[in-house]
Design a protein. Structure first.
Ligand code: ACO
Length: 401
């Protein structure tokens, strides 16, 4: 049955599905996910292969345009991106206006929205060429905004990148270069970040991606749609979980490391506490990204010579959960964010920046989904409701209420 027939067949019938647990919002050729088997593929390529063998920029190209790029295609793509990496100097004044204590996700979504004012040509995208230009601009400027957000938090002067570096090396340099010091690119750190960004790059119709598609469906423009996606990602039930996980693990450590006590809290229905980083709307088996990240956490901490006691607490919680009836019955396994924060910490990224790093990784997926939605000329997203409020009431003047 095609979508048009389906639409006319259901005319007048409204399905109530809070949280859209069983409602498809679109057809998509970008990401395949089998939650029962723990399978994730971008454009048909296994996440395990991409995380091991590809660069983040190659994966961005793959997600957005549908094919892995040939060398010349990737080179042109990166050259086009580098040509757009300057962010208007006036944007620095906006950044200056934020208090140092501002949450980086709020700063990032505001700066992304503000980019529209300085790049008005990126709003009306009537052709594929217009789309390409808007996409390249965003892939160029977004890492600069991420780096500025971190440098603001750290009270460091802003810095631009170095076009001789790869996309990911350049991000690291923009984030971490100290004034008057040369920045040395570390292979371990670059590879770890490359992998994390790839693992976060897309995940079909999650909360933030659906937000990007629905905002974009009103033709609000790419930057506005992405800014909305950043806000959706911020929440602790979605991307904000990576920050919440580390805060939870730290809390458990400070409380004496008694994981059993927290397992009991997570199972107690009267207690709002949840085991952050556990459970997933779609994965009812191990999240394949969590497997890769857990291994990577061990490697990165080993290579950098870091011993982090919260990694032991995390492993302890995982072991207990895998043997616990409550978690087994509900098919609750560690998700992508259970171990990612431990790596971000090892790379020197402050806890409040974790969700920003997630946004950086998710950017190509959001862009790919927005582009697909526009190219398929999808209608404006506009869910229905069942009204359960009052019937017609007589208006009473304020003095008579
Ligand atoms: N700790 C304890 N119990 C949990 C947890 C958890 N982390 N997650 C789910 N449950 C329980 C629920 O209480 C519910 O139990 P019940 O059937 O007895 O009522 C059952 O498992 C099903 O959970 P729902 O909340 O209905 O599942 P839903 O698909 O709506 O939510 C979600 C999924 C939001 C990810 C949830 O598992 C959760 O809150 N996890 C912790 C936050 C988190 O890690 N979020 C990141 C997700 S990954 C990402 O966005 C990148």
């Amino acid at each position: 049955i095609d979508i048009k027939t389906l639409r006319s067949a259901t005319n007048g019938v409204i399905t109530i599905d809070p949280g859209y647990k069983n409602t498809g919002s679109c057809e998509s050729a970008i990401t395949f996910l089998d939650g029962e088997k723990g399978v994730l593929r971008y454009r048909g390529y296994a996440i395990e292969d991409l995380a091991e063998k590809a660069s983040f920029l190659e994966v961005a190209y793959l997600l957005i345009f549908g094919e892995l790029p040939a060398e010349s295609q990737l080179e042109k793509f990166y050259t086009d991106i580098k040509a757009e990496s300057i962010v208007d100097e006036e944007m620095k004044k906006i950044l200056d206006g934020f208090p140092k204590s501002a949450h980086p996700m709020g700063v990032l979504s505001s700066l992304t929205s503000a980019l529209i004012a300085f790049n008005p040509s990126a709003v009306n995208v009537d052709s594929e060429e217009d789309m390409y230009r808007a996409i390249v601009k965003l892939l160029a400027k977004f890492p600069v905004l991420v780096a500025w957000t971190l440098r603001k938090k750290n009270g460091q002067p802003l810095d631009y990148g170095d076009s001789s570096l790869s996309y990911v090396e350049n991000i690291l340099k923009m984030m971490f270069k100290k004034p008057q010091e040369e920045y040395k690119v570390s292979k371990v750190v670059t590879e770890a970040l490359n992998k994390l960004l790839i693992l976060h790059a897309d995940h079909e119709q999650n909360c933030s991606t659906s937000t990007v598609r629905i905002v974009g469906s009103s033709h609000a423009g790419l930057f506005a749609s992405i800014s909305a996606g950043i806000s959706a990602l911020w929440g602790p039930l979605h991307g904000g979980a990576n920050q919440a996980v580390i805060e939870m693990l730290e809390g458990i450590k400070e409380d004496g490391g008694d994981t059993k006590k927290y397992m009991a809290k997570a199972k107690d229905k009267e207690d709002p506490f949840r085991l952050m980083g556990f459970g997933h709307r779609v994965y009812k088996n191990f999240d394949p990204r969590a497997k890769i990240i857990k291994k990577s956490a061990d490697e990165v901490l080993g290579d950098l010579g870091i011993q982090d006691p919260v990694l032991d607490i995390a492993k302890g919680l995982e072991k207990e959960a895998l043997e616990d009836d409550y978690f087994v019955k509900r098919k609750l396994y560690p998700n992508v964010d259970f171990y990612s924060g431990i790596i971000y910490r090892a790379l020197g990224i402050p806890t409040e920046m974790f969700t920003v790093m997630f946004a950086l990784g998710r950017l190509p997926g959001w862009i790919a989904q927005w582009r697909e939605m526009r190219l398929r000329k999808e209608p404006i997203g506009r869910p229905r409701q069942i009204y359960i409020g009052e019937n017609l009431r007589e208006f009473k003047d304020i003095s008579n209420r």
